[in-house]
Ligand binder design. Structure first.
Ligand code: VGL
Ligand code: ZN
Length: 237
């Protein structure tokens, strides 16, 4: 009994010793080697948008509160061409939320959304992340989608985000935004693939949920070592 207590205490001590900057009164302190990634908080995914995510606007106050706790903030925008390969209207006889086979695999077909240069593709007006250092746009190749902020749907074409983060000495990413089951999940999992530690801040995300895709996304993310936390787990510097 006594021996066991000592072993457990040792393990906890070990955790603190390995990553002291990460733990402060049980909270995570992001620090200089962490980045907040704000995924696709654009009009298209907000109330009244072309692909509005249910309750999507609820992520905005949470992200606005988190952003000042991070030294590094990256924002993404879904940024499609007109007639994009992910739009149902590009194909005859296809409806939104059906799928088609493209060169790189199965593609869900969406309503036309987030077209480059339109009001629909602008960042949500209520989003306040003035300290963001990079806005990365994705999904701009007409024939290929890109849910992930790291690589496009062929799982080969890089967006450049991994290189940018690595060049800046960033080791950990905290992913927020829309939608949990598509761009947030793919971004978090590709962050792991690129060698980053990855957290998803659950209350700073909302999902589309096609046939249980939110539950599946959490399961897939856990399998890849993505950690699921709440905004209250983060401490300001
Ligand atoms: C997204 C569907 C299509 C997303 C983007 O941001 O999660 N979802 N394009
Ligand atoms: Zn899209």
């Amino acid at each position: 009994m006594k021996r066991r207590t000592i072993l457990q205490a040792g393990t906890v001590f070990g955790l603190f010793a390995m990553a002291p900057q990460l733990f402060a009164a049980g909270k995570i302190k992001p620090g200089a080697k962490a980045a907040l990634i704000v995924v696709d908080v654009q009009n298209c995914f907000l109330d009244g948008g072309t692909l509005a995510v249910k309750d999507g606007n609820a992520v905005i106050p949470v992200i606005n509160q988190l952003a000042p706790m991070f030294e590094n903030v990256v924002v993404t925008q879904d940024w499609h061409t007109a007639g994009h390969a992910s739009f149902a209207t590009t194909y005859t006889g296809k409806k939104p939320f059906e799928t088609t086979k493209l060169k790189y695999g199965t593609q869900v077909l969406w309503p036309d959304h987030c077209v480059q240069g339109t009001e629909d593709a602008e960042l949500g007006k209520a989003l306040k992340v003035p300290t963001a250092q990079l806005i990365i746009r994705k999904g701009f190749h007409k024939d290929m989608d890109s849910y992930s902020a790291f690589e496009e749907a062929d799982h080969k074409t890089a967006t450049g985000l991994a290189g940018y983060l690595k060049a800046r000495g960033i080791k950990t990413v905290f992913v927020t935004g829309l939608a949990t089951d598509f761009c947030v999940a793919w971004t978090a999992m590709d962050a792991r693939k690129a060698g980053f530690e990855a957290y998803v801040i659950e209350d700073a995300t909302r999902g589309i949920d096609l046939n249980g895709s939110v539950a599946k996304a959490w399961k897939d993310m856990a399998a890849k070592g993505v950690k699921r936390i709440q905004s209250s787990d983060i401490a300001s510097a």
